[in-house]
Structures are given as structure tokens and as C-alpha cells.
Ligand binder design. Structure first.
Ligand code: AMP
Length: 113
């Protein structure tokens, strides 16, 4: 059984989002609990639960998500930023629809917690 995630509800327009970019393959919107002045999520329209479930046939899609992250970062006037994909609950993944975090607008510490 596939459980509908909050992100598939956003994709289907059942829940509103603060959209910043959209195309045939993905949607980008502002995180509801931003951890930086710019905190945007980029999600594929295809419901891949987690990076661990991505397959060879998703290669182009995964590359596209990264390029969209860069496009959105430039749209947000960022010259440096961080992209993060949390995979699995121990890594902090809470929504099981693959998503890429784009964080910027402040100086970011390394390593993350
Ligand atoms: P992760 O912890 O990597 O699974 O990230 C999930 C992210 O989704 C968190 O940063 C949440 O703040 C964010 N989030 C959850 N619900 C919403 C929502 N309805 N709109 C925007 N962002 C959300």
C-alpha cells in the first residue's frame, strides 16, 4: 500500500504551498519551517519515497532536480547555498517523498548535526 504523503497532496493541489518553480518533472516551494532565510524544497512529481528507492531509470530526473536547485538558487539571488537530501529517519527524513532542501541566505555551519 502506498501512503499519500503531504508532498503528494501538495502536488495534487489538495494542500497549498508557496511555489517558487514548477515544470513537467518537479515542483519547488518554500519550506513551512524555514531553517535559513531561503529554505526551499524541490520535489519530483514522480512519487519516489526516498533516495534509496531511486533507480537507474531515474538518473535524468535526479540530475534535473540538482539543476533546478541551482536555477532556483540564482532566482533567489544566492551566490552560495547548500543542497541536502535526508535519506531515512535516522538522517532526519520525515516526509517519505524524495525532496531536496535548498538552504541559503546565511552562513552555514559544517558539519551538520
Ligand atoms: P525532511 O525532514 O528532510 O523529510 O524534510 C521535510 C521538510 O518538509 C521539513 O523541513 C518540513 O518543514 C517541510 N514541510 C512539511 N510539511 C510542509 C508543508 N506543508 N509545506 C512546506 N514544507 C513542509
Amino acid at each position: 500500500m502506498t501512503t499519500k504523503t503531504i508532498f503528494s497532496q501538495i502536488l495534487e493541489g489538495e494542500i497549498p504551498c508557496n511555489e517558487v518553480y514548477s515544470d513537467e518533472y518537479c515542483l519547488a516551494f518554500r519550506d513551512i519551517e524555514p531553517q535559513a532565510p531561503v529554505h526551499i524544497l524541490i520535489i519530483p512529481r514522480k512519487p519516489i519515497a526516498s533516495l534509496i528507492e531511486a533507480e537507474e531509470k531515474d538518473t535524468d530526473l535526479l540530475g534535473h532536480l540538482l539543476l533546478v536547485a541551482a536555477k532556483v538558487a540564482k532566482q533567489e539571488h544566492l551566490s552560495s547555498w547548500r543542497t541536502i537530501i535526508n535519506t531515512g529517519s535516522e538522517a532526519g527524513q520525515t516526509v517519505f517523498h524524495l525532496h531536496l532542501h535548498l538552504l541559503g541566505g546565511r552562513s552555514l555551519q559544517w558539519p551538520p548535526g
